[in-house]
Ligand binder design. Structure first.
Ligand SMILES: O=C(CO)[C@H](O)[C@H](O)COP(=O)(O)O
Length: 225
């Protein structure tokens, strides 16, 4: 069992009958969806899933996990998702899979958020991983120039075929290669203020539990908030 599979299956144990569960996106979340699908099929687990991308929705549907649209639920009990970086202060960067807009909407509606990562994702401070910024098409070149002027070394995100990536919402992604992010809250506030930025990948004061995959097994870390 690889580390992603290990934490995906461990996280699925936190899901209980009757829950509305946010289903994250990415290669680690994939295993969590698979594990929940098995529990639905083999143990009759009764849950409703709310997905964070078209890809996860396709996967969950194929496994027979009952799904609801986000606007059909009152709240989400628990969301399980991956992350690209988690700092020692439990702040995160997400969006490596270009799904951070839906992921943040689902996370914000959730009573509890669990992140599942292998230990390579743990860092002292955020910034080695490029920070994804989802932007609308119109004027996105102007935002790109602004980020350049700021010294944030922006790059356009491409898909696997080398074409400009278009998100599930029809937007574009600019990745900021800015290095160490000393003040994530300040940066998030500035990014939130930019017209044309739909959402950024800084997930601050969001996670409640981190499950880390290590060679010794999964380590569950509870975050005091
Ligand atoms: O934020 C995400 C998608 O937008 C993912 O959760 C994040 O990129 C981690 O993915 P992986 O588990 O494949 O490393």
């Amino acid at each position: 069992m690889n580390l992603k599979e290990m934490v995906g299956y461990k996280a699925a144990e936190f899901v209980k009958d009757g829950m509305t569960v946010g289903l994250g996106t990415g290669s680690t979340a994939y295993y969590m969806v698979e594990a929940i699908g098995k529990r639905v099929k083999e143990d009759g687990l009764q849950i409703v899933g709310v997905t964070t991308s078209f890809k996860t929705a396709d996967h969950a549907r194929a496994l027979g996990i009952p799904l609801k649209d986000i606007d059909e639920v009152e709240k989400i009990d628990l969301t399980i998702d991956g992350a690209d970086e988690i700092s020692s202060q439990y702040q995160g960067i997400k969006g490596g899979g270009a799904a951070h807009l839906f992921e943040k909407i689902v996370a914000n509606l959730s009573d509890k958020n669990i992140w599942i990562v292998d230990e390579s994702k743990l860092v002292d401070e955020l910034g080695a991983f490029p920070l994804p910024i989802e932007v609308v098409h119109f004027g996105s070149g102007q935002l790109f120039k602004l980020f350049e002027k700021k010294g944030y070394k922006p790059t356009w995100r491409n898909d696997k075929e080398g074409k400009q990536l278009v998100t599930d919402s029809g937007n574009l992604i600019i990745d900021l290669n800015m290095g160490l992010i000393e003040e994530p809250l300040k940066l998030a506030k500035w990014l939130d203020s930019l017209t044309g930025v739909v959402e950024h990948g800084l997930f601050l004061n969001c996670v409640n539990t981190v499950i880390v995959g290590t060679s010794e097994g999964p380590v569950v870390e509870e975050v005091n908030r």
